[in-house]
Design a protein around this ligand. Structure first.
Ligand code: SAM
Length: 274
């Protein structure tokens, strides 16, 4: 008879947490940058956590990965041909860009061990790194944006929360470099946290982007395993944020109605940005 039940919990505050009952802990490793864990959960399939926070689960990763790629794709002035992803060591964002038909994708992830763990435990996502048109660079995205002379039609910041190695991915100097390497009419997008449990993140993203870009807007999506389930992304351009005339087929979450309506924000979120 099994006497002990095992749970993985992500702490949102001293008084609140989200817990998943798990059948197994598949890996726990401390890297030079962070702690990585993989659990087998009962209800969400495998779960990847970094420093105790949920990065993805097999069951709901599609929401995040569709929304962080298809929205900037449609809101670029021209059909994007190449893209830069900063973070994204699971390969999920790169995989979506491959599906969208981009010709070349550069993915800069700081922690090579995230990639190795995902190749082993999330092969359907990390297999995107084996595609001919995906170039994986293990390094700091902040330094890459500072040094590279390449230009990108679309830039996706698929990072951890704004602490540790990802802290600098929210500031003004970083976005000035992003603006320099973004093609005319191109789009940058970042994940900007839960407006309810991480109210500072969305404001930080706007503050970081606004000096380098004339147009900044946030959109939201429902991601059950992220804090509160209500998640934000923030997009910036030098030209108005208007959708290009192109219709994408529905994904599992994304469709063309969501492409238009997800910029509608509740009043409390508007106040966080103002
Ligand atoms: N979907 C996720 C979320 O919002 O929880 C993000 C997933 S992805 C695994 C985040 C990645 O960003 C991590 O693998 C982390 O190593 C990477 N990262 C953090 N700071 C970075 C930096 N400065 N340069 C490149 N990658 C970075």
């Amino acid at each position: 008879m099994k006497l002990i039940e095992n749970w993985f919990s992500e702490r949102y505050s001293d008084n609140l947490q989200l817990s998943f009952r798990v059948s197994d802990q598949l890996l726990s490793v401390r890297t030079d940058f962070q702690r990585i864990d993989v659990f087998e959960t009962y209800d969400f399939g495998k779960l990847l956590s970094i420093d105790g926070t949920v990065q993805l689960t097999e069951k709901d990763e599609f929401v995040y990965h569709e929304m962080i790629t298809r929205m900037p794709y449609l809101y670029s002035d021209r059909k994007p041909e190449n893209a830069l992803i900063i973070g994204g060591g699971d390969g999920g964002a790169a995989g979506e860009l491959v599906k969208l038909g981009l010709k070349s994708i550069v993915n800069v992830e700081i922690d090579g061990q995230v990639v190795e763990v995902c190749r082993k435990h999330f092969p359907s996502l990390a297999s995107s790194f084996s595609r001919k048109n995906v170039e994986l660079i293990i390094g700091d995205g902040i330094k890459y944006a500072e040094k590279t002379d390449r230009k990108f039609d679309m830039i996706i910041i698929d990072s951890t929360d704004p602490v540790g190695p990802a802290e600098g991915l929210f500031n003004e100097d970083f976005y000035r470099n992003i603006s320099r390497i973004l093609s005319d009419g191109g789009v940058v997008v970042t994940q900007s946290g839960s407006p309810f449990y991480q109210p500072k993140a969305i404001g930080l993203a706007h503050k970081g982007m606004a000096p380098a870009f004339s147009f900044v807007r946030s959109y939201t999506a429902f991601i059950p395993t992220y804090p509160s389930g209500f998640w934000s992304f923030t997009m910036a351009k030098k030209t108005p944020i208007e959708m290009r005339e192109e219709t994408l087929d529905p994904g599992q979450y994304f469709n063309m109605e969501i492409a238009r309506s997800s910029f509608s924000l509740p009043e409390f979120v508007k106040k966080l940005i103002a």
